[in-house]
Design a protein around this ligand. Sequence first.
Ligand code: LCS
Length: 393
Amino acid sequence: MDTKKAGFNSKLIHAGGFKDTKGSAVTPIYQTSTFSFESADHGAACFAGESDGYIYTRLGNPNIEELEKTVAELENGFGGIATSSGMAAVNVCYLGLLSAGDHMVSHNAVYGPSRSIMESLYPRFKVESTYVDATNIDNVLNAIRPNTKVLYIETPANPTIGITDLKAMAKIAKEHNLKLVVDNTFCSPYLQKPLDLGADIVLHSMTKFINGHADIVAGMVVTKTEEDYKLLKPIMMNIGCNMDPHQAWLTRRGLKTLAIRIERAQESAIKVADYLESHPKVEWVLYPGLKSHPQYELGKEQMSGPGAMISFEVKGGLKSGKIVMNSVKMALLAVSLGGIETLIQHPASMTHSKLSDEKQLEGGITKGLIRLSIGIEDVEDIITDLDQALAQI
Ligand code: LCS
């Protein structure tokens, strides 16, 4: 079936274009490192790019290709480049788009390692970066220098749930000849399509909502143009941060239920955010679905729903927060997000612990901030669990 004109849910099930010669409803796992050629000339043609045949799994594999085509179609992009992890996707973009002497501007509350590697490793290759609160457009404009080449945005940001105006970022990128790279992990293409809003490249930690079952680590880069695809694909292939066929198969399977998983988790997250906001022991809650979110209107405009990620702080800061984290009985005290189980974690000492206290605070990551990823359990049970945990303070 040609899914180009199909709806999002139909694409989730049928996109990818793989046809099994035996009629299997599900793509078999091509658990192979290499593929035999029909002849020496066929092998040469495969290497010359004159034949579609597969060569070697690091360069391409039916399961990986099916997933790449599916995510690219969901994001309305030219092509997808699957990677072994979300961090591999981040680094494929950094390495492909930045050279010695270049500069990158980014949001000060991106996923911890996306920032810490840029500030610790890339200066060795003479790449500079500036991190600002990108929810304020002027901060981004003021950070741009003559050597700025990339604008790297995560929205909603991990873990502050701050929302950056992607159309405004796309305008700035165009005016200053920058590549706009957007980490769309928190939304998935179901809730936000950065390429439609003007981004050049979108990336994902597919470990999260896209796979959704907390059983693999994976990443994806989707480019809007063939030119950027041709620039970035060889970086993945030559670094060797490719996916494994089984990892790709599991991700493609998880992706089929993306929409119903997000709908369910989001419906619960709205109720959990309301519950937390009205709880007397809670200091503040940040959730795009709450009117109190500073970018509530912008969120409604560029996202089709508020998602399943909530940050909050209890009165009494970290000391009380630890009591909540240590007292939950159903939610897992674990990092990662976007899976079917509710997770709770402490960014300052866990996901963002490699950033200095100063950088954490400048990015809005307070010591007491607790992050929740709402799963698909019964919402009554999620709230009961939080309620008994908050009662321990
Ligand atoms: N981008 C975002 C927004 C992320 O949240 C993560 C991981 C990555 C990239 C990297 O992806 P990975 O290599 O782990 O697939 N975020 C995590 C988190 O918040 N908790 O644990 C991992």
